[in-house]
Design a binder for this molecule. Sequence first.
Ligand code: ZN
Length: 411
Amino acid sequence: MQISQQQLDLVNDRIRALVEAGSFYGKKLAEAGITHVETPEDFTKLPFSEKKDLRDAYPLGLMTAPEEEIVRIHSSSGTTGTPVIIPYTAKDVDDWAIMFKRCYETAGITNMDRIQITPGYGLWTAGIGFQNGAEKLGAMVIPMGPGNTDKQLQMMQDMKSTVLCSTSSYALLLAEEIEKRGIKKNIHLKKGVIGSERWSDKMRKHISESLGIELYDIYGLTEIYGPGIGINCEYNEGMHYWDDFLYIEIIDPKTGEPVPDGEMGEIVITTLVKEGAPLIRYRTHDLSRIIPGKCKCGRCYPRLDTIMGRTDDMMKIKGVNVFPSQIEEVLANFNEINSEYQIRISHLDGKDTMRIYVESTGDVDFESLSKRIAEKVKSRIGFTPIVKVVEVGVLPRSMKKTARVIDERFD
Ligand code: ZN
């Protein structure tokens, strides 16, 4: 999706602020001699920002507005290396709440809803993001924070919560507890707004059916406000995102070149109005695609497909970018096989070959099954793999997705 003139004007405002503040990106621009962009082509020549840049700016090197305007910071978890500190102005906090309110509205949530918030509060952007958006909407917030399942379920019943905000794993745990305790009749939940970790369709179906609720996926990352920058609508064909606040490009993670709408690649985000810590062309390493065309709901906001994983998982085979999650999704549609699989990529006689091993769950014709799987995989990724069906228990058991892919080309 090409950047519009209006968006370019906003980018130029941000470029000016970044250069004036002398923040890391301002210095990058000054070094490259860039003071403004005029055309969409100019924009694609702007340098990317990386997580490493943000870490190097610790603690306050990202601060782009004057200190007296900064009202809050948030931080990404520092489990690996230095954390990232994001300063917010009052306008940033308000803009974020406006976006989040829009998310709730897109999910059909109103000021008559009672929203139980279970993600964490504190340095995290999660809990407080859900809360500010709900207050902006005028709904009643039940700010639980994480854990303490007994208390969660007590409040859920007593307060007659109608919306649950949580991670998919916690929603699953609550669903199972409600079933175990036989208290389903006291639960008034209608909707769940679920944070953006990747989860399977099977899990989604399970949570939705056992709680009897509609589920909505919310997208966001600490570096770009937090959760609330996009959500799916009632048609559930991708997530709408707010292009008056953000410009999103999809790039080929290997070359850095933009890919056409509809093609899979890495999500790169530019904040258009952020003051405390504006980011230009921030590489998220999340994989998705822009869904071309207008949504059936009639909303004019563009759409991102479900997050398909991380760029680190990507394989380049026969010149095509392939992600294990694409294969996994195809395989999940076959009842004749279980969830174990292995992908082996090799290079023979000058050609790449992909072999997919799957385990049969019963008495089926292995040959016709492998043919059907190969056809479905081809329609998804564009070339035909070799599919081998084996007996249950033949493949090595492993918990990690990455261990399922073996690339023998570079041995
Ligand atoms: Zn829609």
